[in-house]
Design a protein around this ligand. Structure first.
Ligand code: NAD
Ligand code: ZN
Length: 274
């Protein structure tokens, strides 16, 4: 991939310590085998988001069609659990370790930035390897093995409402405060974690160059962050396989797979992939 000279110049001019930030979306994980949820072949084609992306819909499905809920949980984690970070995740981590990239803000819930060695990732929509108490917000991690075990048990017990309930209660138990643990991701209609959003704004306050990677810019409020950065004086380089709703706002758009574009940006920056 060849990046136009104007973009190369913008990158070189801004390679100062801590001057860049990356905001990532589902597209960066496509090359890891996680397809976007929306569009052809996505999770929302098989399961109605009006039901499965809302807490109330999930609870009603558990009550009325428990087998369908078991299938959904299996398909959801089936997509995530086998995925490994791809060169695009490693490229951003390399930039972070070399202190060019101040922080990585992500809308993804797949933990792949962290798995590639990135630290202090700002998770706007939570993390599917974590549960949190619905009352006191205490958080707890679930590892891949536990989640695989949960999926296997749900499959085995999917004909029995009581069986499914028993499995879910084991992995989403009661908290000491009396509340119940739930998956620590932001479902539709829920507000973003206040701390993460505040941190995202803080990081963008001092940003000179924002890499906008693999996001369609359709999900609010994450999609308003690039405008915030731009108003603060940042230049924006969009990296996407197609133009998006945010392309006109961006100073530059590089069309292509994120792994190739970021590998070239690493080369321009004089850095090696990890
Ligand atoms: P989106 O699904 O709305 O858009 C994905 C974008 O990625 C598109 O613009 C597409 O053109 C681009 N893209 C696809 N393949 C690419 C590639 N190889 N390289 C570069 N770009 C590529 O994603 P979004 O804007 O992040 O919004 C979706 C929401 O769904 C988010 O809130 C996110 O939490 C959630 N989600 C997360 C994951 C994940 O964690 N991996 C996966 C699906 C959905
Ligand atoms: Zn609690």
């Amino acid at each position: 991939m060849r990046i136009p000279n104007t973009i190369t110049k913008a990158i070189k001019d801004n390679l100062k310590k801590g001057s860049c930030v990356a905001l990532t979306g589902a597209g960066i994980s496509v090359e890891s085998g996680i397809p976007p949820f929306r569009g052809k072949g996505g999770l929302w084609e098989k399961y109605k988001p009006e039901t499965f992306a809302y807490t109330k819909g999930l609870i009603n499905t558990l009550r009325n069609q428990p087998e369908q809920l078991a299938d959904f949980v299996n398909d959801f984690y089936g997509i995530l659990l086998d995925a490994e970070p791809n060169p695009a995740h490693f490229a951003l981590t390399s930039m972070q370790k070399n202190t060019i990239l101040k922080s990585i803000i992500t809308q993804n819930i797949d933990n792949l930035h962290q798995a590639s060695g990135a630290s202090d990732v700002v998770e706007l929509h939570g993390n599917s390897y974590r549960i949190r108490c619905g009352e006191c917000f205490k958080q707890q991690s679930l590892d891949k093995e536990q989640l695989k075990e949960m999926c296997a048990l749900l499959s085995k017990n999917k004909k029995s409402y009581k069986g499914i309930l028993k499995v879910l209660s084991r992995y989403f138990p009661h908290c000491k405060c009396g509340g119940r643990f739930r998956i620590d991701i932001v479902l539709f209609g829920e507000v973003l974690p206040e701390e993460a959003l505040a941190k995202a704004y803080r990081e963008l306050d001092k940003c000179r160059l924002l890499f906008l990677v693999g996001t369609s810019g359709m999900v609010q409020p994450a999609s308003s962050l690039p405008l915030y950065a731009k108003e603060g004086g940042a230049k924006i380089i969009e990296i996407n396989s197609a133009r998006t709703a945010l392309s006109d706002l961006c100073d530059y758009t590089i069309i292509g797979p994120a792994s190739e574009s970021l590998a070239e940006i690493l080369r321009i920056s004089g850095l090696d992939i990890l």
